[in-house]
Design a protein. Structure first.
Length: 372
C-alpha cells in the first residue's frame, strides 16, 4: 500500500492486506496513529473485502417495557425507581398496544431492552415474547441483553441455558449486544458495579450461540476507559467469536453526556469527538476480523457521521427505530427515528448500496436510487 505516513503501519498494512490477524500491540498502534488516511483505507479495505459496497439497515422498532431498574449503572440516564417521575412499567397488552399505535407495514425487527425490574416474574417475559410473535408474525423479536438474561436467571432461579431455551421456545429470534459496556474489571467496578460480570456476559452469549440464537455485541466507550481496555474488550469478543461464530455485529456506543452521574463526575471531559468515533470504528473493523459486521449506530453517531463511517469500516447503520428512548434520555441530539427512505438515502449519498435486512442479516431488498 502506497502513501503510508506512519512507518509503524507498514507491517500492519501488509498483514491486513494479506488477510492476517493483527495482534494486541498492533491494535494499540492503530489507536495511537495520527495517520488517519491509512487507518481509513485499511478499515475500508476489510469492509469491501467482506461486503463490497453493500450497507445494511433494518426496519425496526425499539421498545422498552419498563425503565424501572435497581442496578444503578452510573452512565445511565434511563433508569427510574418505582413512583419516580417519568417511570413506566407496562403490562404485555400495553407493550402490544404501544407497538400497534406506531406500526408501519414491513416491520422486520422488534428490539426490546429495558431496566432490570425487581418484581416482574420470568413468566411475564415469556408471555411478552409470545404476544409479540402472535400480534406481529412478520417481525423477528430481538430481545434482552445478556445483563437482562442474567437478571431473569436470578429471579427464575434457572441457569442461563434454561432461561434462553424457554425464551427461544416462546419465539425469541436473536439477542441484542448491550450490557457489555467495558469488560475490564477496573472500569466495570466504577460504571456498572451491580451489573452482570464480564464473564457472565460472555457466558450468556456463549450459551445463546450454542442454542442457535445469534447475538450482537456492544462496547460503551468514551468515558474512563483506556485504549488498552477497549482492545481488551475486543480481544475477549474475538476469542469468543473464534469459539462459537455466533456474533452478527459489533456496535461501539459512544458515551452520552447528559443526565447521568458519570457525566456529572467527568464534567465536560472525556466525551468522544468525531475523530474518536471514526478511529474506534476503524480499529474495530480491522481487529475483529471474525465479525461479519461493524455497526455505526446512527442514533449516537448522528446520521451525518454514520454516513462518513461507511468509509471507516461500517457496513450497517442499524434501523428506523421509530421512537428510540435510551440514548435520547442521555442527551443524544439525533432524531428519534428515521424512515426507510431516509436511511437508504443516507447510504446512497455516501456512494454505497443500501440493503434492507432482517434481524438475522438476511437480505430483504436492495434499494436503488429511484426508490430512495
Ligand atoms: S444501564 Fe440498564 S441495568 Fe444499568 S441502570 Fe440503566 S437500565 Fe439499569
Amino acid at each position: 500500500m502506497k502513501g503510508i505516513q506512519d512507518p509503524r503501519l507498514v507491517p500492519i498494512a501488509e498483514k491486513v492486506l494479506a488477510g492476517e490477524r493483527v495482534s494486541f500491540e498492533e491494535g494499540l498502534v492503530l489507536y495511537q496513529t495520527q495517520d488517519l488516511p491509512t487507518l481509513m483505507r485499511l478499515a475500508n479495505w476489510v469492509r469491501e473485502r467482506k461486503h463490497g459496497h453493500k450497507t445494511y439497515f433494518v426496519h425496526s422498532i425499539r421498545v422498552s417495557q419498563t425503565n424501572i431498574c435497581y442496578v444503578g449503572c452510573t452512565f445511565c440516564a434511563f433508569q427510574r425507581r418505582f413512583g419516580e417521575e417519568g417511570a413506566w412499567d407496562w403490562d404485555v397488552e400495553e407493550v402490544v398496544a404501544w407497538i400497534k399505535a406506531r406500526y408501519q407495514p414491513g416491520l422486520k425487527e422488534i428490539h426490546l431492552t429495558a431496566g432490570h425490574h425487581p418484581k416482574r416474574p420470568f413468566q411475564y417475559y415469556l408471555d411478552l415474547v409470545r404476544a409479540l410473535k402472535a400480534n406481529f408474525p412478520e417481525a423477528q423479536v430481538k430481545a434482552w441483553t445478556a445483563a437482562e438474561i442474567h437478571h431473569f436467571s436470578k429471579i427464575a432461579r434457572l441457569p442461563y441455558r434454561e432461561v434462553l431455551q424457554a425464551l427461544k421456545e416462546a419465539g425469541l429470534d436473536a439477542m441484542p449486544g448491550g450490557g457489555a459496556e467495558i469488560f475490564a474489571e477496573r472500569v466495570r467496578k466504577r460504571i456498572a458495579r451491580a451489573k452482570v460480570s464480564a464473564e457472565g456476559w460472555l457466558e450468556v452469549h456463549r450459551t445463546a450461540h450454542a442454542l442457535g440464537l445469534p447475538t450482537n455485541a456492544t462496547m460503551l466507550y468514551g468515558h474512563i476507559e483506556t485504549l488498552e481496555e477497549r482492545l481488551d474488550h475486543m480481544e475477549r469478543l474475538r476469542r469468543l467469536q473464534d469459539e462459537t461464530g455466533g456474533f452478527m455485529s459489533f456496535i461501539p456506543l459512544a458515551f452520552q453526556p447528559d443526565g447521568n452521574p458519570l457525566a456529572r463526575e467527568l464534567g465536560k471531559k472525556g466525551f468522544t469527538t468525531g475523530v474518536d468515533d471514526l478511529k474506534n470504528l476503524a480499529v474495530a473493523r480491522i481487529y475483529l476480523d471474525n465479525f461479519p459486521h461493524i455497526k455505526g449506530y446512527w442514533a449516537t453517531l448522528t446520521p451525518e457521521l454514520a454516513q462518513v463511517s461507511l468509509d471507516w469500516g461500517v457496513t450497517d447503520i442499524d434501523g428506523t427505530l421509530i421512537e428510540e428512548r435510551i440514548v435520547h434520555m442521555a442527551g443524544s441530539p439525533t432524531p428519534k427515528g428515521l424512515t426507510k427512505g431516509e436511511l437508504a438515502r443516507i447510504i446512497l449519498r455516501a456512494g454505497r448500496i443500501p440493503v434492507e435486512r432482517d434481524a438475522l442479516y438476511r437480505e430483504v431488498r436492495v434499494w436503488d436510487a429511484v426508490e430512495a
